[in-house]
Design a protein around this ligand. Sequence first.
Ligand code: SF4
Length: 377
Amino acid sequence: MSREKNEEEMRLDPWGVSFVKDYNRLMEEFGIKSIKPLVDIFPQAHRLLRRGIIFGHRDVEIILDAIKKGEEYAVMSGIKPSGDFHLGSKLTAEELIFFQKLSPKAMAFYAIADLEAYADNKIPLSESYKIAVSNVMDLLALGLDPKRVYVYKQSEEIRVLRLAFIFSRGVTYNMMEAIYGEKPFGLYFSALVQAGDILMPQLEDFGGPKPTVVPVGADQDPHIRLTRDLARKYQQDFGFVIPAATFHKLMRDLTGQLKMSKRNPMGMLVLTDPIDVTREKVMNAFTGGRATAEEQRRLGGEPEKCAIFYELLTVHFLEDDQRLEKIYWECKTGERLCGECKKEAWSIIKEWLIKHQEKREKMKDLAITLLEQHTLT
Ligand code: SF4
């Protein structure tokens, strides 16, 4: 169990099931600010910002300021290589790419959290490397600029490991337990390694202290709080700028469960799945439809509860705001029924997925090059 004041209302566990019923309450409790007043200041309003999926931030003004002044900044993200890219990995990857593209002065950092995959999922490093190649292929196909990214494996990045070790002097078991609840020590250590990931871009080897932003899901806030505390503690030694973060809402899986899990493959849309498998998942997704067509025409559907409308179209696959709004109102007023709606959604998703899979297939050599560039041997 992580820090959870009221389990019924919210739970933030970076390694387990998390949920938030009321994002305003979360922001109030943990001091996360709403990003809404800043959306128009971003040079581009990504659909995740326009639609309130990225809902909060800590100190993202430092990034907006760096963009305005044409100064360097870093955007940091990563993946635990425990499986192929699913919609959750796609979401974070798109945020990384968004911040990378906002300014030619932005440098992206992408950690392959192979140590965490071992600590959390017992995946041997040789195995997680193969998964990482596939993950980086997706990242590139989604639009990452390979010229302005540093991709590395945690297990081989000595600077990160050194920072984690130094940070271990700044925490006690009780502090870690207060943040994360009782966990195996390997997970506490991997949290320190993540703090190392987030602060490494500010080391002299990468040009020294600079604004850094970490786009994450709300469930990762414990890591952000720990890292910001450590940045303050070690500011005198390293000159760290306290890292900023943006937060996106947590997504349910396609069957309406709170967190995507490999134990429920029908709930997870994996970007490498064959097209017919994905079609089946979309067609079986949880909707906000009524029990009968007659009822739906009379009462209208509930798009807010619908995975087709929200998790698939709003969050991921439909860029066109007007078309999205049309679907929303047609559903609400009972003009639209779920069968036809799912077919329309599938045609949008299929087109996206076919293009993405074609692109990613061409990225293997580049993915290996990026991963090997920084290998310590
Ligand atoms: Fe969801 Fe479409 Fe059904 Fe509305 S009509 S509940 S948006 S599937």
